[in-house]
Design a protein around this ligand. Sequence first.
Ligand code: NAP
Ligand code: MG
Length: 517
Amino acid sequence: MASTTLHRTNKKIADIMDGVSRAVRLPGAYNYINGQWKASRSGKTFDNINPATGELLGRWPSSAAEDLNEAVVAASEAYASWRLVPAPKRAERILRAYQVLLERKEALAQVMTQEMGKVLKETRGDVQEAIDTALYFAGEGRRLFGVTTTSELADKFAMTVRSSIGVCGLITPWNFPMAIPSWKIFPALLCGNTVVFKPASCTPATATLLVEILEEAGIPAGVVNLVHGSGSVLGQALIESPVVRLISFTGSSEVGSSIAAACGQLFKKVSLEMGGKNAQLVLDDADVDLAIEGALWGAFGTTGQRCTATSRLIIQEGIYGALIEKLVQAASKLKLGNGLDADSQVGPLVSEDQLETVKRYVDIGLREDKARLLLGGRRATEGVLGQGFYFEPTIFEGAPDMRLAQEEIFGPVLMVIKVKTFEQGLQVMNGTRYGLSGSVYTRDVNRVMQAVRDMQTGITYINAPTIGAEVHLPFGGVKHTGNGHREAGQAVLDIFTEWKAVYVDYSGRLQKAQIDQ
Ligand code: NAP
Ligand code: MG
C-alpha cells in the first residue's frame, strides 16, 4: 500500500491501510484544498466512531466556512484550465483512479466497515460500485456526444455540444460512502467541472482515502477539493457562494428541500437524490421462497440503511399467512455482528443517533392500535453487541397509513401489509410521498407490464428486491425522492453539463430563421 496514504489518515485507519503501525502522521490535516492536505482554520475536530464497537477511530477537522471558501476559490481558479483539458485526457486520469481503486479495494472495504458498520461483503460492493463508475466515465471521455441536425436555412449547420458548468458543490451521505461520492465526482470531472466535496460526518475516512486516490491519479491541484465538517455550516457556505454554480446533494428529503429552496432563490442548478419508502409487492402466484429471500436482503441488508431499502412488504392475501410465517422465521435467524466477521449478516446502525431514531419509530409502532410486532423491536445487547449500535431485525404487521408505513426510518424495520388484489397492492405501493424504488414478484407477464407502467418509482424491479442498481442505468426517484434529475449512466451528464446549441452559417449572408421562408 502506498505510504502516502498513511500520514494523512489517523493511526487506526493507517494501520488498516498498511497492515503495520506507522509513526508519521499529520494529525488533523485531512482537508484537501488546492492540492494541499490541510488542517481546518477552526482548529476544532469531530470524532469518527466505529459503530460496531463504540471505539474512536480518529478525529477529523470540523471546518469553518472560511475553509470552504478557500476550497471554492481554489476550485474556481483550477476551472479555468481544467475545462480546456480535452475530455479524453480528463478521462485518462479517471482511468488511473479506477486502477488504484481496484488495487486498494480490500483495504478500503476494511476501513469502510469499521467506519460505518455494514458488513464487508457490502463495503466491497460499495467500492466495486466506485470502480465500475470510474471505468464507465473513463470510457465516456471519447463519447460525450452531442447531436448534429439540419438547419431550416440553406448553407447553415446546426449541432449541440455539452458545456461544463464550473465549480460544483457535492454533498453526500454516509450509507454508500465510496459509491455515492464516485457517482458525483467522476462525471463532474469528466465533464470539465471542478469540485468542492463535503462528505457526511459519519464517514470522513472513506472520503479522505477516495480523494487521495484522485490525487494519486494525477487530478491537478484545485480540481478536487475536500472539506470536512458539519453539513449545516459548510452546506450553507457552499450554497451561498456565488462562485459555486451547481449543488449535487444526496441525503434526506428534509435537508434536500431546504437546499432546493436556497438554490432556487440564487438560480443555482441543483440535483437532489433523497429518501425512499420502497415497497416489495408479492402476488399470490409468486415464487414465495424467492420473494422471501429478496425481502430479507432488501429490508435488512445494510441494516436497512439504504435509500432503496425495502421498508414495506405488501402481500396478497392468498399467500399472506404462509409467507409471513416463513419470513419471520428466516429473519429471526439473521446473524447480527461486527461487519468484519465473515459470518455476520447484519451490522450495527451507523451511529447512536440513528439507533435512537429507530427506537423512536418502534415505540410509535408499539403504540399504534393497527400495528402488531411480529419480530424484534429491541436494541441487541447480548455480549459484545452491547458495545455497538445494534438493533434486532424488526417486522411489524399493519396498515398502509401508519407512520411506520409512511415515513423513512432508515433502519432494520420492515412493515408488512396485506392486500386483496394486485390493483390494491399497487395503490398501497404508490401511496407514499416518496418514489425511489419498487419491486413486484409475480409470474404473470400481464401484471408485470402493468406494474412497470403504473409504479410511481424511478427504479422498478421484477422478481428482484428493491435494491441492486447498476451504474450504467439512471438512478433516482420521483415525488419527494428527487427533483427531476438522475444520477449514473448517461443521465448524469445532464446534471454536470449544460447543452449549448450551435449554429454555423456558411452562406455569407444574413439569414433569418422563421422569417426567410
Ligand atoms: P442527511 O442528514 O440529509 O445528510 C446528508 C448530507 O447532507 C451530509 O453530508 C450532511 O452533513 C449534509 N447536511 C446536513 N444538513 C445540511 C444542511 N443544512 N445543508 C447542507 N448539507 C447538510 O442524510 P443522512 O442521514 O446522511 O443520509 C440518509 C438519507 O440519505 C436518507 O434519507 C436516505 O434515503 C438518503 N439517501 C438517498 C439516496 C438516493 O440516492 N436517493 C442515497 C443514499 C441515501 P453531516 O453528515 O455533517 O450532517
Ligand atoms: Mg463512524
